[in-house]
Design a protein around this ligand. Sequence first.
Ligand SMILES: [Zn+2]
Ligand SMILES: [Zn+2]
Length: 470
Amino acid sequence: MAQRRMGTSGSSYQQLADSINELIGDRRECPCGRIHETPTRQVLIEAGTIEQLPDVLAKQGLAGAGLLVADDNTYQAAGEKSSQVIRGSGRELDTLIIRPEPGQAEVQATDGPVELVQRQATGADYLLAVGSGTINDICKLAATRLDIPYVSVATAPSMTGYTSGIAAPLTGAIKNTIDARPPVAVVADLNVLSAAPAPMRAAGVGDLVSRSLSSTDWKLAALLRGDYFCPYIATMVDEADRHCRAVAPEIKLGQPQAVAVLTAGLILAGVGMKMAGTSAPGSGGGHLMSHYWDMTAPARHRQRSLHGFQVALGDLICAALYERMWPQIAELDLEEIVAKRMPADDFARETYEHYAPLIGSEPAEEVARFAVAKHAEGEELRRQLELVTADPRAFWTQLAPLFTSSEELKRTLQESGAPLTAAELGISEAELLDGYRFARRFRDRYTVLDLAYDLGLLDELRDEVLATAE
Ligand SMILES: [Zn+2]
Ligand SMILES: [Zn+2]
């Protein structure tokens, strides 16, 4: 059994690695109408790859001085070794260790550290980001602003952000993603990644398996609103998700082959987002809920949990919502829904009143504007909803190939050791409900949360849907 499993993860890894290599550095004219490309040119996922850093730098033409950026933990995990190897090859390399800001337990991707890196990097030809989500986001933003390349030395397979074209900094009160350039190379040393704390690996599984729900939401938005959609990227991301689900128990154990599958999957998913030119392939309703919990954490004096854990919880809820909602659509009276629609002014006021005490009045006004922008009324609402209500079963056949059931998601998360309830993440029942009801309003992205609201089912189904997360 163990042998067969090992074999499975070995070939899974090879398939994902082949996909990555096929994609990076290539310019692809896609039938979706866009040209897909990414600035990432090299991805190494193997045991001992840190030793190859001088070769990577040479291959990427990074001959001058570099600035290594890490925090205390990631410096210990891979920074010191990276520094030795690079300096040992006769290259010049400075080091910047970022420490938590006063009153914070951990380093956060806020303006402070980004500006610190910018100041320290004057004269540097490139950055070497040694870390996972936070350090990567800080360096991605600083490198973009400085207009210099950066190389990522991954320390944990915890999220898809390594190769994505966005950063998710905690800048200002609204948690939004900012366009930023991905690294030219990613060096993922399996000796380091397999030793990453077990919760980080489980969070990576959470972020990766949420792709399925994101893709379903992405397709939903394309069908209902004509949003851009690329089947090629959706399929590629789905492949990463599927391979990872198959080896979740081995990922929990930190088995290097399985960690390689997870890492390759996360990198592939990030490349997919970059190539699509939108985070939609990797960020649906579950991500909106996670961002909502991040945004409101300070006002509620709650510590944020790992991104992948929050996202997985949100997507578990979204999966349950799809499942509960769909059989009911055929029974709905479209005329009644349109007639009972809340007027846009009232909707804006309700949104503002919810957000203002949590994030301040100016950002709350901005949220209200986003919320109203997707609050269709009258004929427009009728036309949009009719696409689903006319034949819900036929509509579902277009979403079904991308969808993963709440049961399957739960199983994978359980196997990987990720928490499954809001309470385990320190999210109260009230915050869970608020995320479910209000997260969809701060961004223009259309997800299952919007469809449920528009059909008048979001509140109606809340108890049974949220029971999935309790
Ligand atoms: Zn395409
Ligand atoms: Zn994510």
